[in-house]
Design a protein around this ligand. Structure first.
Ligand SMILES: C[S@@+](CC[C@H](N)C(=O)[O-])C[C@H]1O[C@@H](n2cnc3c(N)ncnc32)[C@H](O)[C@@H]1O
Length: 234
């Protein structure tokens, strides 16, 4: 699987995202702001860049010095605040790139000596391996494990190593089959009361289909024109 993905990226033949108008309409109809979503979950909204300005200034510089262009950051206020609200000790994320989501969650996890397990298939053609996670400072890396492979290989390894998790953040393979497989795998690893958060859910109907499959109504967040979904495990 990983070889197929690497080769298809190498030749620029990765399938385009199945963007559907219906997915965008569904998100737009039910979306609320980051602050309203956090209030609904009884969590204070905190932008980590406001309380760790030096860390974020260094991180921005690290991204500027990175010679290659990778995927952009998710909703960092949402991620940091939810990790805080859960008092999380263990989380899994898919999709690292520069490492903005890793940075936001690690800043909260470090307070409890918590651990983050990340899965990321580097951009092979770009030789990005050495730059993946470059915005995360060395003092946050002690409790961070990155599996540098495709989700289908890395997620089983991550869930085996992590055991029961407090949160999962999905931000990697955005295809419908990739999402359905990844969400299901992460959902099974979540503890009761834990949260599954997914970025870019308006790309296609993968997230909506997963919500229907498990019969749980999500919270959909809109942030700067992008949509994130949140599901709490009963
Ligand atoms: C949007 S970026 C992640 C951004 C990151 N969460 C942040 O906030 O900075 C997506 C990442 O997922 C990785 N990726 C894409 N498909 C993948 C797959 N099937 N398995 C693992 N990683 C994948 C890409 O190489 C890229 O590094």
């Amino acid at each position: 699987m990983e070889i197929v993905e690497r080769v298809s990226r190498l030749f620029g033949k990765q399938k385009p995202l199945e963007t559907t108008r219906a997915a965008l309409d569904w998100c737009a109809r039910i979306a609320i702001s980051t602050e309203d979503a956090l209030a609904k979950l009884n969590v204070d909204a905190v932008n980590p860049a406001d309380i760790y300005p030096d860390v974020f200034n260094d991180a921005k510089r690290a991204e500027e010095h990175c010679p290659i262009k990778m995927g952009g950051a998710g909703n960092l206020t949402l991620l940091y605040s939810l990790t805080e609200g859960l008092e999380a000790a263990r989380g899994i994320e898919t999709g690292v790139a520069y490492g903005w989501s890793s940075l936001a969650t690690l800043l909260s996890l470090q307070k409890r000596q918590g651990q983050l397990f990340s899965v990321d298939l580097p951009y092979f053609k770009l030789r990005s391996d050495n730059w993946v996670g470059c915005v995360v400072p060395s003092d946050l890396r002690g409790n961070w494990q990155i599996y540098r492979c495709a989700d289908r290989e890395g997620l089983p390894r991550a869930t085996r190593a992590a055991g029961s998790i407090d949160f999962a953040h999905y931000d990697s393979d955005k295809s419908v089959p990739g999402r359905l497989w990844g969400y299901d795998h992460l959902w099974k690893a979540l503890r009761s009361g834990g949260l599954l958060i997914s970025d870019d859910i308006s790309d296609n109907d993968g997230f909506q289909r997963f919500c229907e499959q498990i019969g749980i109504a999500p919270i959909v967040v809109v942030d700067q024109g992008k949509y994130q979904g949140i599901l709490r495990k009963p």
